[in-house]
Design a protein around this ligand. Sequence first.
Ligand code: SF4
Length: 249
Amino acid sequence: MTTTSKIEWTERTWNPTVGCSKMSPGCKHCYAEGMALRLQAMKTSGYENGFKLTVLPKRLEDPLKRRSHTTYFVNSMSDLFHEEVPTDYIEQVFDVIARANQHTFQILTKRADRMSAFFMGKKVPPNAWLGVSVEDRQYGVPRIDALRKVNAAIRFLSVEPLLENVGTLNLDCIHWVIVGGESGPKARPMKEEWVDSIRAQCEAAQVAFFFKQWGGWGADGIKRAKRYNGRKLNGQTWDQMPVAARSAW
Ligand code: SF4
């Protein structure tokens, strides 16, 4: 089973594992946790264990059944490089990705060290984009160096939820940066100058920049009662995609 996604930078989600555990400040209000618990209460197949890490081999072949080019976000409800996912299962996931070469797969992790160790001596399928979450300086920024070690066609950063000014980033060998604020009733604020600093660094380094959303706080620094989905920065939308993607979309 794969699902159409509302996430602005992808088309569908494919979750060959579900569930996770928190490891850094970006996880504090994890969307996947709340959703997994709701799906468990609704007795939805795959969520019998709630948010506990669960591998779902029955879903492995799902992308192979779809012929037309589709961009999949892999594991919107989990982290493929979670320590409880067996290495041979990750290998099976990438085997499917390599065989489903009519598609593009976006894999995002907070377990950047495990990802770079996994790919030591292995080739990354050319249709796999690999990314890391960069929510702050202490936990997020060091993941970028681990990502750089992996020889992926597209390396990307998901700077969401952006929790502080992350300073000067080393964008060498990075192809795409997505920035977004936190959503939900307990959303933490994001300042415009933090986002604009990243945008300017991307422009200088010729890295594609995608501004996903403001989240729970507006550009004016005022918290909204409901989810605020404004997407403009400096009066415009920023929907840049990495170069290899443009011909595919
Ligand atoms: S790594 Fe992602 S899925 Fe896992 S707890 Fe953190 S935010 Fe949630």
